[in-house]
Design a protein. Sequence first.
Length: 393
Amino acid sequence: MFAESLAGLVQRPGRSVLTMLGTVLGVGAFVAVLGLTSTAAGQISASFNVLRATTVTVDDETPESSEPPAVHFPADSDERITRLNGVVAAGVWWSVPLHSPRVGTQPLPPSDSRSTGVTVFAASPGALAAIEPTLQTGTLYNQFHQRRGEPVCVLGSGAARVLGITRLDNQPVVFINDTAYTVVGIISDARRKPEALMGAMLPTTTALKAFGPPNDQPAEMVIRTRIGAAHLIARQAPLALLPEHPDLLNAAAPPDPHALRDAVNTSLSGLFLLLAAICLVIGALGIANTTLVAILERTGEIGLRRSLGARPRHIAAQFLTESTVLGTLGGLIGTAIGVCTVVAVALAQHWTAVVDPLTVLPAPLVGSVVGLLAGLYPALRAARIEPLEALRQ
């Protein structure tokens, strides 16, 4: 039966190749999307975990009814936290309470309500270091500016572009509600607090003196830790900052990196597995359609076999074998193409290719099952053809 099926396939090589193409594409897509999902999820979770696993935030739990609003972080918060073992950088950060700030390169009258979209933030020097900024030009303000409450600021690249500031050699200033602040630096990126790219950052002492404490959103501390120290620092930070009232501060430790990775893998795998299943269904429909057309064209051959003694089960078995062989060959070729695709994309992106053996090894078997199921109806239809009617045609 296997030899007869191969003979039938070899007699029409063009049709066999086109029929097999559906399974090749389906299984290839199945292997490729699952491999690329695992590879991409590995890269995403690796970078995501490193960033999240080294970030601790401490929120100011100021009661909403407190009057006047206050910042519960002590003045030496940066120094207290950086003395803890495992801390790389830490600082206090909040959004300056200005609902419609007038921000520009020249003083604007109070009646001018135009918004530039630039947000004003208060950030200690430690907070600037903790967000891991990429300096585009200039420098960051330091403890000297912090202690003296100097009128200086650091701009994000988006804010600098809106304000038309591209160079600092002419010592440009930014006016915030008629007060001039010298721009000492421009950052082009920030791993933490990306909203800083559309903002102007002032030293916290300068912001408190000019605009008062935050009343819309409470202040928070951003802490950058070494890998593995985040949960310990989250437990120690409130006590180190306010040993007499640690309940006024809430430290948020990063979630479990394994849970994050599993969540990313599950989400991506579920989406792409659905796409791969759709590809397999399309391939199965292609095999079923082509096999059905082949049966109609080989009606005379079926009638001749029946007249020579072949029974309906023999005819059904022959066409089932042909479709299964096509599915198996398509599965093998598709698996090879899928693996090569994953490796090629990983090399192009400088990633580490992740190919699960549980995905690759059963893939040819998936092609066989697809071919078997796709040929089931055409084979049963061929088995019901009567010899006399077939020979008459």
